[in-house]
Design a protein around this ligand. Sequence first.
Ligand SMILES: [Zn+2]
Ligand SMILES: [Zn+2]
Length: 270
Amino acid sequence: MITWDTHLHTEFSGDSTARVNDMINAGRSKGLKGMVFTDHLDWNYPNEPGLFDLDFYSYLDAMNLAMTQNPDIEIRKGIEIGLQPHLAERHREFLNKVTFDFVIGSIHVVDKRDPYYPEFFKDRSADEAYGEYLECMKENLLTFTDFDALGHLDYVVRYGIRHLGQSLGSMSFYKHRPIIEEILQFLIKNEKALEINTGSFRNNMTEPNPSYEIIKLYYDMGGRLITIGSDAHKPENVADGFDGVALRLKEIGFTSQAVYISRIIHEMPL
Ligand SMILES: [Zn+2]
Ligand SMILES: [Zn+2]
């Protein structure tokens, strides 16, 4: 059973209006033991500049208040940082200055474009777009390692399917397998977690991000460190799809989910 949701957004994210306490009430009613909030920080976000410039001091104040108001459930302070190679040094300085329990590194922007918008897929095949996304992910990993988990590895497929449809938008795993293996190898070698993100289910997908093929590959390569999050931006999506995902992860061989507290790994049984 998945007892912690470690990827959650609130109104401190530019794309959410959810109140912290409404999210916590949802987590409580779904039987969670712990919730890690990971509001967005995406500096230099090209499509809507400033939208994801997290007001982190207000955010941390709100989290501290939520922790004292909700002693029956564990609340932790995380952040989802949108990586871009030119921001690596700025992110390092930021994380030296401001303390979080958990840091997700995610790639939302590739060469000044977010695959969330259809322009990313214009005039090319889905596989070309996916190849560019994965190359960009690798480039980011080579410049920045100060995160705990790599967010939604195949995030780009969510939007490929949305913009191109199920058949044109599906990812050819074998075509991209070499670079996916490089990324997974990097995570294993550097003791970074692979995030299993169930936000995909709200985007017409039947598997989490990344897909079970990628999760199984990670396991077969020796990867055991996974974090699990719903990426909920609304209370009703907290812990989305967790029961089915827990079963599949156990079938693959995983026995625990990682939860980071003060950036230290705690393994919670599945
Ligand atoms: Zn994200
Ligand atoms: Zn997110």
